[in-house]
Design a protein around this ligand. Structure first.
Ligand code: KG4
Ligand code: ZN
Length: 338
């Protein structure tokens, strides 16, 4: 089965052709148009600009995914597209375009939840994953831990109370004037650090509820920069800036993984999946590998280009869902529930 997957929930316009085989999904092509140059000067995604840019990009992105896979529209068995959650203007670009193409060429079409997509990015490397699995989805918009019984179900176990982990990376990079998007830049700085700065103190919750909070990190970095304004100007080659990035990265990785051992025991988990843009982080990948080995869990983290938003993960999830007979009145949903 050949599936075209499309994703434009935020600032990446991406399309991929995936062949679903008896042994799992095979990537035939992957195209992604980044809008970093457009949003960079604002230090974050500007929804209106993102939506307009997607409209300009969507046809070419779709065409080049098909061309790279060496197939025409008529060979597709299915089109899968992100239905939500995300920025509604952004979502609508690929959602509407894919519906029109599917209707015109009578290709079965299916809308996919963005987070099921992130889970299914792990299917490329681990199609035979053992369930139940703990699924940590960490990006610029999500920091959620789920229990999955299979590739199409996610049951929420805990989430952040405030900022997503990716925001902590992006906002730190902004305060240190490192550039945009912040995650990869903070990661590179951390890896160059001769030593870590003082550690960040983990938040304590009075209500005792299992959750995360990352907004305190933003304040923590702000206070350190106020105390030493040189940090905001020194740049990525400065050892103090590097040390600060390393402490931040160590804290985020440790906090994200902290609930894993207890929850794995409680739910009898056999695997750990980590996906979403922050799953590209070098420290998180290393810490997760050590923890999974210690706990005897199978670890599945997609290769970095499949961790960030992409059409391949949507095709991979869409291959497992049943397209409706008459799905044309479905709409994109900025707040789509699982
Ligand atoms: O999944 P994604 O592409 O888009 C959302 O759905 O949000 O994730 C983007 C987030 C950004 O916050 C970005 O800074 C972060 O992923 N990110 C990283 C790294 N690469 C991307 N964070 C930490 N370390 C990285 N290497
Ligand atoms: Zn995402």
């Amino acid at each position: 089965m050949l599936v075209l997957g499309l994703e434009s929930s935020c600032d990446d316009c991406s399309a991929a052709v995936v062949e679903e085989t008896a042994t799992g999904p095979q990537l035939r092509s992957l195209v992604r148009e980044s809008q970093d140059a457009i949003h960079g000067p604002f230090g974050g995604v500007v929804p209106e600009l993102a939506a307009r840019e997607h409209l300009l990009q969507v046809r070419a992105v779709m065409a080049s995914a098909l061309a790279q896979a060496g197939i025409g529209l008529e060979e597709l068995d299915r089109i899968a597209v992100t239905r939500g959650p995300g920025l509604v203007g952004s979502l609508l670009a690929t959602f509407s375009a894919s519906k029109a193409v599917a209707w015109r060429h009578q290709i079965p079409w299916v809308g996919v939840h963005h987070l099921l997509g992130h889970l299914n990015a792990a299917r490329f490397a681990a199609p035979d994953l053992a369930f139940p699995a703990l699924v940590l989805l960490v990006s610029g918009g999500h920091t959620h831990l789920y229990l999955a019984k299979d590739w199409t179900s996610l049951h929420l176990l805990q989430k952040t109370r405030d900022d997503a982990a990716g925001e902590a990376f992006d906002k730190t990079a902004r305060m240190l004037n490192l550039g945009y998007p912040g995650g990869p830049l903070v990661d590179a700085c951390s890896q160059a650090a001769p030593k870590a700065a003082d550690p960040f103190t983990p938040p304590k919750f009075r209500d005792g509820k299992a959750s995360w909070s990352f907004s305190g990190l933003k304040t923590g970095v702000k206070l350190r920069v106020e105390r030493d304004p040189r940090l905001a100007e020194a740049g990525a080659s400065d050892p103090e800036v590097q040390g600060l990035c390393r402490s931040l990265q160590e804290a985020i990785s440790a906090w994200l993984l902290k609930p894993v051992p207890d929850l794995a025991t409680e739910h009898g988990a056999r695997s750990l999946v980590i996906s979403g843009g922050v799953a590209c982080n070098s420290r998180l990948r290393a810490d997760a590998a050590a923890m999974a080995a210690r706990l005897g869990l199978r670890l599945a983290i997609p290769e970095p280009r499949l961790c960030t938003d992409n059409g391949a993960m949507i095709a991979s999830a869409g291959a497992l869902l049943e397209p409706g007979a008459e799905p044309w009145d479905q709409n994109a949903d900025a707040d789509l529930k699982l």
